[in-house]
Design a protein. Structure first.
Length: 273
């Protein structure tokens, strides 16, 4: 009887725990759904100018404007498309160049000073990632004027945070034995970096740079919205002139460029990694 009572009490305890767990999960999901409903109500339902949309017919009419394609804009897309592609490529290379010293300062196991330079390196990583590329573009447009150069500089500055952070973490996770062996034989810091660290982080850094270049193609496509050249500038002009077919044509060009970037990055990863 005692054994049966013990088993019954154990089952009852498990049932109570299961019921409490279910109630807890129900409360959590209920709170989440209420929060989501509050967000939708505040940001969409109350904050949208529904009269401007004009109901279902007005919405379909607005969307229908972009169904047409202005094929006459095709010759004007060639130069901006090439400019956008080159902007992403040059900006990525420049960002990679800037990322190397930042990663060296921000890696705890190789930084020259953990008390001063290490926080500086980490702060530069955070600063680069915190500021949006459009904001960087606005800063450089005001500094150097309109054109592709501010877009390249903006992409480079935005790339520093991601590339340097991944590189610094890869440096911190290296095998310390080759580094210690090179230093034990009298190798200088350059030899330590070139022969002991670089071979270990090369695949990670290369994959990161290719991935960042893929992202930068998307970023460069909208740089022209603030005057930094490329397809974004042509998109902005078509919107200002209410040429909806031209807007669709530019969007298709951006889509084609992004697909091209995806294909190139895929084969680059397979070829070099």
């Amino acid at each position: 009887m005692a054994v049966a009572d013990t088993s019954a009490n154990g089952l009852s305890l498990q049932t109570d725990l299961r019921r409490k767990r279910q109630i807890k999960m129900a409360l959590i999901w209920g709170g989440f759904l209420l929060f989501a409903a509050w967000c939708v109500n505040g940001t969409i339902i109350e904050d949208t100018d529904w009269s401007r949309i004009g109901g279902r017919n007005g919405l379909f009419a607005s969307v229908g404007r972009y169904i047409t394609i202005d094929w006459g804009l095709l010759p004007e897309l060639i130069v901006p498309t090439i400019e956008t592609f080159m902007m992403a490529s040059v900006g990525t290379v420049l960002g990679c160049f800037f990322s190397l010293p930042v990663a060296w300062l921000g890696a705890a196991n190789v930084t020259p000073s953990k008390t001063i330079l290490y926080p500086v390196g980490r702060f530069m990583m955070v600063l680069s990632r915190s500021v949006h590329e459009i904001v960087w573009a606005l800063i450089f447009v005001s500094a150097v004027g309109l054109g592709a150069l501010p877009g390249i500089l903006a992409i480079a500055m935005r790339s520093v945070g991601f590339i340097s952070k991944i590189t610094a973490e890869a440096i911190e996770n290296i095998d310390a034995k080759p580094v210690e062996a090179i230093r034990a034989t009298g190798g200088n810091e350059f030899q330590v970096m070139y022969y002991g660290i670089l071979p270990q982080i090369y695949p990670v850094v290369l994959a990161t740079v290719i991935f960042e270049w893929d992202i930068n193609i998307r970023r460069s496509a909208v740089m022209g919205l603030v005057g930094a050249g490329g397809l974004g500038l042509l998109f902005f002009r078509q919107m200002n002139s209410f040429n909806y077919g031209g807007v669709t044509m530019v969007i298709l060009a951006i889509l084609l460029l992004i697909v091209l970037g995806e294909v190139i990055s895929h084969y680059l990863r397979k070829a070099v990694i």
